[in-house]
Write a new protein. Structure first.
Length: 241
């Protein structure tokens, strides 16, 4: 559990400075030390707990309209994603999404962006895609993160809005997992063991965050998404050999 504790410390740090990325960082690394089903549930619960702490710092910066529109979109996307998961190989879905995301990340890293004029429609669509691929691949962060970044949200508003959105997504997921009997006492014990280091990483991130300017923040967000996409592509290729 020592290795797992170090992993969630890093994930908590990334969550605090970017507003998302806990599962993107923790999932591929925790799979080396924990079973897949435990990893998914542990990440979501720890993500909710660190998200509540983050919300205390960012609650005044939430763009409520954008957040609600993304939540509504995700509600329509989640059941479709669940159907795809039951019908298709989730690794194929992940690969396709990752390949589509990488070029967009490169464009943003180069400093180019084209804001959607129909922002409300874009929020709904990004939430729909997030819910769709989140329920089928646990890769829900990139669509909404890249959309809000492309729309030019300032750092504080970006983090606050994403934090509220992912709390909604996390609560919905944990409710479903509880209904299916996946939240066990043994799993909650693991969460309790890992929570202190996740909180430590979070508070380190909170201390560092004010020193990160807008330009660096954009690069960090895009780099997190790009790294996650590349890990998915490389993992798929290695498993195919």
């Amino acid at each position: 559990m020592i290795i797992a504790a170090v992993i969630v410390l890093l994930a908590g740090f990334v969550r605090a400075i970017s507003g998302f990325g806990f599962a993107l960082i923790a999932t591929p690394l925790l799979l080396f030390v924990l079973d897949p089903k435990s990893v998914v549930v542990i990440n979501i619960i720890l993500g909710i707990l660190t998200g509540v702490l983050l919300l205390l710092h960012t609650r005044r910066h939430i763009d409520v309209k954008r957040m609600l529109l993304m939540c509504v979109g995700s509600v329509f996307g989640i059941p479709i994603g669940a159907y795809l998961l039951s019908s298709l190989d989730s690794s194929i879905i992940k690969l396709v999404i990752a390949i589509l995301i990488v070029p967009f990340c490169i464009v943003l890293l180069l400093g180019h962006s084209h804001q959607f004029k129909r922002d409300h429609l874009g929020c709904g669509i990004s939430g729909f895609i997030s819910g769709l691929i989140g329920s089928s691949t646990s890769f829900s962060g990139p669509p909404v993160a890249l959309f809000l970044l492309n729309q030019g949200l300032v750092k504080e508003r970006f983090i606050g809005t994403l934090t509220a959105y992912f709390l909604f997504m996390g609560a919905a997921s944990v409710s479903a997992f509880s209904f299916m009997g996946m939240v066990t006492i043994d799993l909650l014990i693991k969460v309790a063991i890992l929570l202190p280091t996740a909180i430590l990483g979070f508070y380190i991130g909170i201390k560092v965050s004010p020193r990160i300017d807008t330009t660096l923040f954009r690069r960090i967000v895009v780099s997190i998404v790009s790294l996650a996409a590349l890990v998915i592509i490389v993992t798929f290729l290695l498993e195919s050999i």
